[in-house]
Each structure stands twice: as C-alpha cells, then as structure tokens.
Design a protein around this ligand. Structure first.
Ligand code: AMP
Length: 279
C-alpha cells in the first residue's frame, strides 16, 4: 500500500497506472475508519484495479462552533485497516497541502445545499462539494464511492457530477449498522454509554416508520408520533422529514419511493440517520 501526503507524487503515480489502462476508484473519508467506510472500500475493491482512499478532515465543511478541533483521528490504525483490505493508495494530505493559499473558488449546489442539514450547518455542503471537486481533480477516478448514511450529501454530489460533467460514476453503498442498529459513525465515539442507549431510539423510530410504510400506511402524521417519542427520550431533533429520494423535496405523504431523514442531538453529539423505501 502506497501512502501519499502530497498531490504531486500522487498524481504522478496515478497517471502511470492510468496509462496502463487501470481503472481507479476513490473513497473519500475523514478517517477514524469503521465498518461503514470499509464497506465502501470493499465495493471499490470489487470494481476497479486501483483503490484510492483519502483521509482528510476538511476544515471548510465545519462551522465555527462545530467539532473540527476534537474530530476523532487515528491515522496509524486507519492505515493498518486499509492495508488489510488490500487498498492500493491512501492520500492523507495536510490542510496546507489541500489549501496552500486562501481558497477563493467554491462549488455550490443551489437549493439542495440549503435544505435539511444545510439549514442547520450553513456552508457545510459548499465545503463538501469544494473538497470533493478538488479530490476528483487530483485523483481523476472512474468511480467515486459514497455512503447512503449521508443521504443529502449523496444526492448533492450526484447533481454536482451531472451539472459539471465530471466523467465519474458515483457509487452509493447502504448504511452499515452496529449489532444494536446504531448507524456507524466516527462521531459515535463521542457518546457515553448512557447517551448511546438514548441514541438507539433513532434507528428504532426509523425502523418503525419503515414498517408502517411497508404495511401501506403513508400518513405523514406518523412522523409526528415519532418526533414526540424521540423528544420524550431526550433527543433534540434538528429535523425528521420525508423527502423525495431524487431531489430531497419535502413530501406530504410517505408513499414510496421516499427517504425519511433525521438529524438530532444526543447531548453534545449530532447524529444523522435515514431509511429509504423504494417503490
Ligand atoms: P466520513 O468519514 O464520515 O466523511 O464518511 C466517509 C464516507 O463513508 C461517506 O461517503 C459516508 O457516507 C460513508 N459512511 C459513513 N458512515 C457510514 C455507514 N455507517 N455506512 C455506510 N457508509 C458510511
């Protein structure tokens, strides 16, 4: 496994490989890897000759009062995990390498970036789209892998790739959960044992909603019931919404195809989760 800290030598390595006809998959991450990330890596491994995993905690996608400084990091353990998975290349640049001078150019996906998490994290998706564009230009992958865990991000990046004609196929992967159904997230490491118990109500409610939809009950009031129970359990919701799976427009009923997306706080930890019901 090759580890690159700078763009120039990474580009050179990839150019040589591309000239030999090798296909490239990119898995962008912020590190502190778990089985969710590994599922994307395995998907990538199965479909291209070269797998590149980037590890970069991107400062421009964090708001001023967010957890940039305390975001969990463990490069040594990440590299060991990726080596075991047969990853070819890890790109872990410093902030200075990614942003050597003041960044004046940004990528925005209007409307989609302002909904849901965008309302609570202004500038977040602009930061994500900008860093993903930079990674796309550096790596020039054939495939880019993203998790459905960050469903809004996935929809936004799909639109970005379409609107800007990136010759890249976005490959989604389903949410990986712990045995207790908590969606895996690097931020779960912030949770105390008691908070984790509270957090389990998130997937419990989402699964309950899914069950209702699968029984043919599409009444939007179902979400109100869940909101009430989650609040009673001590979860402070940013939102629990049913949206269209392709453009995130809010739905007035739960008829499939539907994405039910949730963001909420357990103590000082912001968690997101969702369920998708296809028609
Ligand atoms: P992050 O390191 O949190 O920025 O995540 C990097 C990638 O892994 C994103 O595409 C996420 O959607 C994906 N990811 C994170 N958690 C999970 C999970 N539990 N299941 C599937 N994919 C995930």
């Amino acid at each position: 496994m090759r580890v690159f800290f700078d763009k120039k030598s990474l580009r050179k390595f990839l150019e040589e490989n591309r000239s030999l006809g090798k296909t490239v998959s990119l898995v962008p991450t912020m590190g502190f890897l778990h089985k969710g990330h590994i599922s994307l890596v395995r998907r990538a491994r199965g479909m291209s000759s070269i797998v590149v995993v980037s590890i970069f905690v991107n400062p421009i996608q964090f708001g001023p009062n967010e957890d940039l400084d305390r975001y969990p990091r463990d490069l040594g353990s990440d590299l060991r995990l990726l080596d075991k998975e047969g990853v070819d290349v890890v790109f872990c640049p410093t902030v200075e390498e990614m942003y050597p001078e003041e960044q004046l150019c940004f990528v925005e996906v209007k409307e989609l970036q302002d909904r849901l998490c965008g309302l609570f994290r202004p500038g977040h998706f602009r930061g994500v789209c900008t860093v993903v564009t930079k990674l796309f230009n550096i790596v020039q992958p054939d495939f880019a892998h993203f998790g459905e865990k960050d469903y809004q991000q996935l929809v936004i990046l799909r639109k970005m790739v379409k609107d800007l004609d990136f010759p890249i196929k976005i490959v989604p992967s389903p949410i990986v959960r712990d045995a207790d159904n908590l969606a895996l997230s690097s931020r779960n490491s912030y949770l105390t044992a008691d908070e984790r118990k509270i957090a389990l109500n998130i997937s419990k409610e989402l699964f309950w909603i899914k069950e209702k939809i699968e029984e043919g009950n599409y009444d939007i009031k179902i979400l109100e019931e869940s909101r009430g129970r989650l609040q009673e359990k001590g979860i402070k919701l940013d939102y629990l919404k049913a949206v269209s799976t392709d453009n995130l427009e809010e739905k007035t009923d739960l008829a499939p195809p539907v994405a039910v997306l949730l963001a909420g706080w357990v103590g000082k930890v912001r968690l997101i989760d969702n369920i998708i019901v296809e028609s």
